[in-house]
Design a protein around this ligand. Structure first.
Ligand code: SF4
Length: 871
């Protein structure tokens, strides 16, 4: 159990009625309150004022407001300040900034630094470069806006309070204790000096604990480091349940997901349902990423002219809206109907048409229609939009009908505060449109860090700065390698570096980072009994060393340092059972497929099994615009229609340029009418028609030059029997030469290679398969490559009069020189693939893991990551 007597020294030196204890953060203030309660012997006691510094400053302002001493000024919150910067910068920039929000944040940070370091914006040292001068111009405008409207921002608050204490508008406290401040900003230092001059007694205090052990440890990589810390925390907690344990992570925000996953796994807790955790993670997540909030914002985005299919799908599948469990199947069915339209976006009336046609009267569908029919007001103030958004969400039954988890409930409460924050922007905002207001609300949600409160826990997972000043029995700090501790200097880009260095501003130089980190390391070492610092030996290709700041700490081995349980946890005994054999295909099992089936079987037997027997097909994501798949369909269709009219090269050669153009325009129009285009954007469609026209023109001029031919089949369906497996294949095109032999063609718009036609696992088995269904003698077979930068045939020709740009069999690597033997070999390869499929061969065996798995959607089903490195 931790020795908390260190806090007693603090409590002995404060007077509950007259002392004010200030801390750098909320967490430490709450901890001191707890310790103070534990320190009391009586049942009732006077609680001293123990506050985070920022809260105290705001309380002082509120006191001035109640006394009527603010001269009509309004204290802005951070969102209001940010909005003023946004409007000001947007108006000033004639060209659009790439990321307005990020620029505003940088500018606001630089302004805060000026205020905190009490720098006058007219100081000539601030105006070195064009960027600095632009920043100063914005500052001047900002100050004018604040002056005209009587605004005071948080960055200027301490200066105002200094004056108020000085002219005795505010009574200074008689005693202040500053607890665990690693350093004081100049504006706060100035405020404290003013108070000292007004007879306020000021002390600084840091908790100190006698350190019993300290050591460092190196671990192979970051992931191992995080996992071992989680296991260490669990073991220490089991051995000493009352101990206070801190697991401190350098990059807690960035690594939050990995850390969470490691702790949940180690403690064997289900992340989704458990509310009562043995550990507390301090770092929050962006509010916008919390599923219940993401669903609300996604829903509000449905009220646009064109609604993206993805957004409708997310809305209908979400558990956070009105829906009955028994209607779930119908909802999935409706989504698949929408998907079959292959439209990436829908107008509201199109969506209503599909809802009406589906005619299922689902409560979510009814709610959606009411929601979409609700008229949108024209221009309103943010507070009116806040009310309107609430009303819309009520219509669709947000946040759903199931009981919320504690964290979801807290997120809903925070959402109400977010709407309130939006409403508060009335003071600094003009009336907005729906999309502007929604954009503002989304930005607020992006900028808000949400952390659900958890019950008191003995294991705290913290960031470095959050841990400062807190006392623990055990501390483990990770990530202390020479590259990160101290980190590289990172001066602010909008303030001249020389000036930042002169004034010793945060992150201005390597020396400053070194001193700051030294101080922080010493503070951590004196606030725990047992201290472990660790670092990863490698970060991707970079080999890392121990931080020089830990040079006095002995380096230990994991084996000597940690309890034996951890070592055994580290190398768990896992028994593997490989199940690679599916049941054989029975006579009653209807297998529907074509060349794709053999292609999948060759690429990875498990993929063929999953897609053609388990029917594990992906739900396609439609991108905005015309995707590659649709472009491929358009080319195939246009060429089919074209050759149905032309029939032969002889006919093509009779066409003048104008006639050919007219024919192409007509064919393209017909093509677009017969294929579903997933966009309503006419500019895009017209662009695609032009592109298609150009490609086909180039292709026809290539076809004009080859030896004479007739087209005898286009997009022709045929059945092919491979032992027990019958496939339906569609041959893109069959030409006939003057001599009566056949040429098999397969149109390709992507990159192709014929090299692997000859392997046992061909990537593109369609042309070898077509050889089995072709009735006449084959003289050539090729991919017709239709790419803007590559117009040509790629394949095999048996005579020089066959196809241009194709090779004779003897010139192709791996192709048998005797054509009959090659045909026979292909037959055997294809039969083998078909037999394997029928026999249920379902091994997870990607042909070329990196490429094959990258184009496959099944990795979570086959769990290939567990056995093969595919990254
Ligand atoms: S992800 Fe790779 S291993 Fe898994 S099914 Fe697809 S291709 Fe096979």
């Amino acid at each position: 159990m931790m020795n908390t007597s260190c806090y007693q020294q603090l409590f002995k030196n404060i007077d509950p009625l007259n002392s004010l204890v200030l801390t750098p953060n909320k967490r430490l203030a709450a901890r001191i309150h707890q310790e103070y309660a534990r320190y009391q012997k009586q049942t009732v006691w006077q609680t001293p004022a123990i506050l985070p510094l920022d809260t105290w400053l705001e309380n002082c302002w509120q006191l001035l407001v109640t006394q009527g001493q603010t001269n009509g000024y309004l204290l802005l919150n951070n969102q209001q300040t940010q909005l003023i910067w946004q409007r000001l910068i947007k108006e000033d920039c004639t060209e659009n900034l790439l990321n307005l929000n990020a620029t505003c944040q940088q500018v606001n940070n630089a302004w805060q630094l000026l205020q905190q370091w009490q720098l006058d914006p007219s100081d000539p040292r601030l105006a070195l470069t064009l960027d600095h001068r632009l920043f100063l111009k914005w500052v001047e405008n900002y100050q004018q806006i604040c002056l005209d409207n009587k605004y005071l921002d948080q960055a200027s608050l301490s200066q105002w309070l200094s004056q108020s204490f000085n002219n005795l508008t505010l009574n200074p406290p008689s005693h202040i204790v500053l607890v665990s401040f690693t350093e004081l900003r100049p504006d706060i230092d100035y405020l404290m000096t003013q108070l000292k001059n007004l007879a306020c007694k000021i002390n600084e205090w840091q908790p100190k604990i006698i350190n019993l052990s300290k050591t460092t440890l190196s671990l192979p990589d970051k992931m191992e480091e995080i996992t071992i810390v989680a296991k260490w925390a669990k073991t220490i907690h089991q051995q000493h349940p009352q101990s206070q344990i801190a697991c401190i992570f350098q990059n807690i925000t960035q690594d939050r997901q990995l850390i969470e996953q490691a702790f949940y796994e180690t403690f064997g807790i289900d992340q989704q349902i458990n509310n009562d955790l043995p550990f507390a993670l301090s770092s929050g997540t962006r509010f916008v990423t919390i599923p219940i909030i993401h669903a609300a914002l996604n829903c509000l985005q449905l009220k646009t002219k064109l609604i993206a299919f993805e957004k409708i799908k997310q809305f209908l599948y979400s558990p956070f809206f009105i829906a009955k469990e028994e209607e779930l199947f119908q909802q999935v069915l409706f989504v698949s109907i929408l998907q079959q339209t292959e439209q990436a976006t829908f107008y509201t009336n199109q969506l209503f048409f599909h809802l009406k046609k589906f005619n299922a009267e689902l409560c979510i569908h009814n709610a959606l229609q009411v929601f979409l029919n609700e008229p949108i007001p024209n221009l309103q103030l943010p507070s009116q939009w806040a009310e309107y958004f609430s009303k819309l969400l009520q219509m669709v039954g947000w946040p759903g009908q199931r009981s919320l988890t504690s964290s979801e409930y807290q997120a809903c409460q925070r959402w109400l505060r977010l709407l309130n924050e939006l409403a508060l922007l009335d003071t600094v905002s003009e009336p907005l449109t729906y999309s502007e207001a929604l954009q503002l609300l989304t930005e607020l949600a992006v900028d808000t860090i949400f952390q659900a409160e958890s019950s008191q826990s003995h294991i705290q997972i913290l960031g470095l700065l959050e841990a400062v000043g807190m006392t623990f029995d055990y501390i483990w700090v990770t990530g202390l390698d020479s590259k990160s501790w101290p980190p590289l200097a990172n001066p602010h880009p909008l303030i001249p570096i020389a000036l930042q260095r002169e004034l010793n501003m945060p992150h201005c130089s390597a020396e400053r980072e070194l001193v700051f980190c030294q101080r922080l390391t010493e503070q951590l070492l004196t606030t725990c009994q047992h201290f472990i610092a660790s670092y990863a030996e490698q970060d991707k290709e970079i080999i890392l060393q121990k931080s020089p700041l830990l040079k006095d700490l002995p380096l230990s081995q994991l084996e000597s340092l940690l309890p034996t349980e951890i070592k055994s946890i580290k190398r768990p005994l896992i028994e593997y059972f490989i199940d690679e054999q599916a049941p054989q295909v029975t006579a009653d099992e209807k297998i529907k497929g074509g060349t794709g089936l053999l292609k999948r079987q060759a690429a990875c037997p498990f993929r063929a099994f999953a897609e053609y027997r388990l029917l594990a097909k992906p739900i396609e994501n439609y991108a905005l615009g015309i995707d590659a798949k649709t472009k491929g369909k358009l080319i195939h269709k246009a060429l089919e229609l074209l050759w149905k009219q032309l029939n032969s090269q002889a006919r093509l050669l009779t066409l003048t340029e104008t006639k050919q153009n007219n024919l192409l325009y007509a064919v393209i129009e017909q093509t677009f009418q017969s294929i579903n285009i997933p966009t309503q954007n006419y500019a895009l469609i017209s662009l695609e028609k032009t592109r298609l026209h150009k490609l086909l023109t180039e292709w026809l001029s290539y076809e004009r030059k080859r030896p004479a031919f007739e087209v005898i089949a286009t997009e022709k369906w045929q059945s092919v029997k491979l032992n027990e497996l019958t496939l339906k294949v569609q041959v893109d095109r069959i030409d006939q030469t003057r001599q009566g032999s056949m040429i098999l063609l397969d149109y390709k718009t992507g990159k192709t290679s014929i090299n692997d036609w000859f392997s046992q696992r061909p990537n593109e088995p369609q042309l070898p398969l077509y050889t089995l269904v072709c009735s006449g003698p084959i003289t050539a077979m090729a991919f017709a490559q239709l790419k803007a930068d590559e117009i040509r045939f790629k394949g095999i020709t048996l005579t020089t009069e066959g196809l241009p740009d194709c090779d004779l069999p003897e010139k192709i690597k791996d192709c048998l020189p005797n054509w009959e033997n090659q045909l026979q070999l292909w037959r055997q390869t294809l039969l083998q693939l078909a037999d394997d499929f029928i026999a249920g061969k379902a091994l997870v065996d990607p042909k070329n893991p990196r490429e094959t798995c990258q184009q496959c959607h099944l990795s979570s089903l086959c769990r290939v990551h567990e056995t093969i490195n595919i990254d």
